[in-house]
Ligand binder design. Sequence first.
Ligand code: HEC
Ligand code: HEC
Ligand code: HEC
Ligand code: HEC
Ligand code: HEC
Length: 184
Amino acid sequence: MSKKKKIGLLPFAAGFAAALVFGWNIFPQILYSNKGQPTTFSHTGHLNHTQKDLQDLDCVDCHYYRADGSFAGTPSLESCAECHNEPLTGVPSEQTFVSEYVKKDKQVPWNTYQGQPDNVYFSHIAHDTYECTECHQDMENADSLPPYYENKLTGYSRDIMKMHECERCHARENTSNACYLCHK
Ligand code: HEC
Ligand code: HEC
Ligand code: HEC
Ligand code: HEC
Ligand code: HEC
């Protein structure tokens, strides 16, 4: 009897271990592809206020609300071209940025780490009492843009805020969690 039990356990343990390796290490690598960003950008490099040309630059120069309260979204080419009409540095990525986007008057197709599915409604102005880092990675102290991972099945970003994370805060703050609030 006891001998039979031992034989049964070994394949189970091996299969279980294999499943863990697959689930934790291999499956995420298959599911997500690292698309990166179309061009480099350094937050710390641009928010270095000791440099003369950058002294007045602040978050709101690139991430601002329009007069109607809507959020401007990802930075426009104009907000970069103001300074980068010609290359300012010898950095190759900046020279490519100027020749491929600024000179061709082509908007940069930035990827939004927090980009939500189309059926989710989100507005920044309703959440402007919170720090950006409540929902986003800390960009203020990042000297490069983090890798952008796309879910190969859905096409969405890996790093979006999940429904339960939105709902957890709404519950804490006594705000509605009715489906139609977020799904229009
Ligand atoms: C000169 C323009 C510029 C300034 C100034 C700037 N950013 Fe950004 N920011 C960018 C660009 C470019 C991206 C990459 C595109 C994107 O992810 O939306 C980005 C991305 C972000 C994102 C990620 C949004 C997402 O989900 O993709 C956050 C959060 C952010 N910035 C916060 C800040 C904060 C906080 C400040 C001020 C401390 C700041 N930024 C100042 C240009 C700027
Ligand atoms: C207020 C002027 C100003 C604006 C606006 C600005 N830049 Fe810059 N940028 C600079 C300066 C100055 C440097 C050189 C900084 C240094 O010497 O480290 C620089 C450096 C760079 C570099 C090369 C070094 C690095 O940080 O990787 C890239 C790429 C770049 N900028 C992209 C952008 C993009 C994209 C935008 C718009 C989202 C933008 N910049 C907006 C002034 C600006
Ligand atoms: C309560 C959570 C929350 C807070 C706080 C928040 N964001 Fe966002 N942010 C989001 C979500 C969710 C998205 C994706 C919106 C979408 O795809 O419709 C987003 C998208 C963005 C984008 C990409 C452009 C866009 O509109 O899709 C930028 C840039 C950004 N946020 C910057 C900021 C900055 C800067 C702050 C602080 C001033 C901030 N966010 C505060 C949740 C938040
Ligand atoms: C850190 C807390 C917090 C998080 C995280 C958060 N919310 Fe909210 N949200 C609030 C609060 C508080 C209000 C009520 C604001 C008010 O009434 O002025 C609100 C209001 C809203 C509203 C109604 C206001 C409007 O513009 O119609 C929507 C929609 C909404 N949130 C969607 C979302 C979604 C989607 C997410 C996740 C991607 C999210 N929220 C994450 C705190 C949060
Ligand atoms: C506070 C905002 C919020 C509320 C309230 C909310 N949702 Fe969502 N929902 C989201 C966000 C954000 C996503 C996308 C992120 C994700 O998939 O977790 C989502 C995704 C979904 C999805 C797709 C799930 C998937 O993984 O593909 C379904 C289905 C859904 N919601 C149904 C509902 C129903 C039913 C209700 C009401 C009982 C509800 N939601 C209430 C924010 C919300």
